[in-house]
Design a protein around this ligand. Structure first.
Ligand code: SF4
Length: 401
């Protein structure tokens, strides 16, 4: 299970707190190419150094390329990195863009609509040739005023056009991201956004409530008194509307922020929520090994120095304490519809707290035969937060840790 972080974007979205650098425009093409080459050199070097760790995580053989905006990368750079991670077929030295038997059961890449529209079908077919079988597109909204407020580079027409391009190229597993809970987002605008998402019919929808992330433009505006968050009531109404509409349309609400047509739940992200070990490659990426060692790459954009040496990120690690692991296990499992075994939750959080939440209806029993993802060894049944309490899941979880 591998995550690759691509720390480049063409512009900075108002709400974004992710580690990402705005890359140079076309006018400075040669500098941009040098920057991307240094990034690819650094990732390929890291892959070589961590080859054994990568092999050890392949029991869940997923690859997820996220960012940043991975679709700013040309196919040649992506091809080089992906072939280096997957190892080329015997006897073959891969050429850029060459198709090969990718070993991934799920290979997701995040894209932005404007890149898909600008680069077109050839780019998408190139991605499929590299083994991509799931595309996650950052749509965020279908309202042009909201998109401008977010400082997104695309408009709603581009998002729909990008979706059609993906379908024409044969992409059968598309996820789109949406954001709710923005002050200028009225109930009517949100309703229209949900309608337009459903008309497109993606296999997966992730919907996040806007939050003020440290270091974001919103953070700065908020500290200057120029931004006020939407009310909790507004956010709750929008979340409830989303859950009702997607449920009616047949989507499985399998995690607080994630909905899927049954059978299209994200394998990679579901494994994160079970604390399956993974390797994170690229600047700013995090890794988890053996369930108790967390490591992270420093947030440094690789560059070639004047004498041609590669200056790149470093890796740091920490050993998680039993308390860290307990908290993570409760937090991650209770955000899912799969929940957690009743026996385990009682051990981790104490029987009294669990009984209190059961009595309040903030936890419910989810027996193996009715569980969306039944698992062996849950003869005592599982517990989960019911969908009508998902909106307050943070408070429920906090009361258990
Ligand atoms: S939200 Fe995505 S596209 Fe926008 S700046 Fe952040 S990483 Fe880049």
């Amino acid at each position: 299970m591998i995550y690759l972080h691509v720390p480049f974007c063409e512009s900075r979205c108002t709400y974004c707190g992710f580690f990402s650098s705005v890359i140079l425009g076309v006018a400075q093409r040669s500098k941009k190419n040098l920057c991307l080459k240094a990034y690819a050199d650094a990732v390929c070097r890291e892959v070589d150094e961590r080859r054994e760790e990568i092999a050890n995580t392949l029991s869940t053989n997923t690859l997820y390329i996220g960012g940043g905006t991975p679709s700013v990368l040309p196919l040649s750079i992506l091809s080089r990195i992906i072939h280096s991670i997957a190892l080329p077929p015997a006897g073959g030295s891969p050429s850029a863009g060459a198709a090969f038997d990718a070993p991934w059961s799920e290979f997701t890449i995040e894209v932005n609509p404007e890149d898909i529209v600008e680069k077109g079908e050839e780019y998408v077919r190139g991605l499929l040739g590299l083994g991509v079988n799931r595309i996650s597109m950052g749509v965020q909204s279908f309202d042009d005023g909201i998109l401008r407020w977010m400082n997104r580079r695309h408009d709603s027409a581009a998002a729909e056009e990008a979706f059609r391009i993906l379908r024409r190229c044969g992409v059968r597993n598309i996820s789109i991201d949406l954001i709710f809970g923005l002050p200028p987002l009225s109930e009517a605008l949100w309703s229209e956004t949900v309608d337009r998402a459903l008309e497109l019919g993606p296999e997966h929808i992730s919907a996040y409530q806007l939050s003020v992330e440290e270091g974001s433009t919103l953070d700065r505006l908020a500290s200057q008194g120029k931004f006020t968050e939407a009310t909790e009531e507004q956010c709750r109404e929008q979340y409830d509307m989303l859950c009702a509409r997607l449920g009616k349309a047949g989507y499985n609400h399998y995690e607080v922020s994630n909905f899927a047509v049954p059978g299209h739940e994200a394998i990679h992200n579901s494994a994160y929520w079970r604390r399956v070990p993974y390797v994170g490659l690229g600047p700013g990426a995090h890794s988890l090994s053996a369930g108790s060692v967390r490591s992270w790459n420093s947030e440094v954009i690789p560059r070639l120095s004047a004498d041609g040496a590669l200056e790149t990120y470093s890796i740091e690690k920490e050993f998680l304490t039993p308390e860290d692991i307990r908290v993570e296990r409760i937090m991650l499992s209770l955000r899912t519809a799969r929940g957690i075994s009743a026996t385990e939750l009682r051990t981790l959080a104490g029987g009294q707290a669990v009984d209190r939440l059961l009595a309040e209806g903030a936890l419910v029993r989810c027996h193996p035969e009715r569980c969306p993802e039944p698992v062996e060894g849950r003869s005592g049944g599982s517990l989960r937060i019911p969908e009508d309490h998902f909106f307050t899941s943070d408070d429920i979880i906090r009361s258990l840790i």
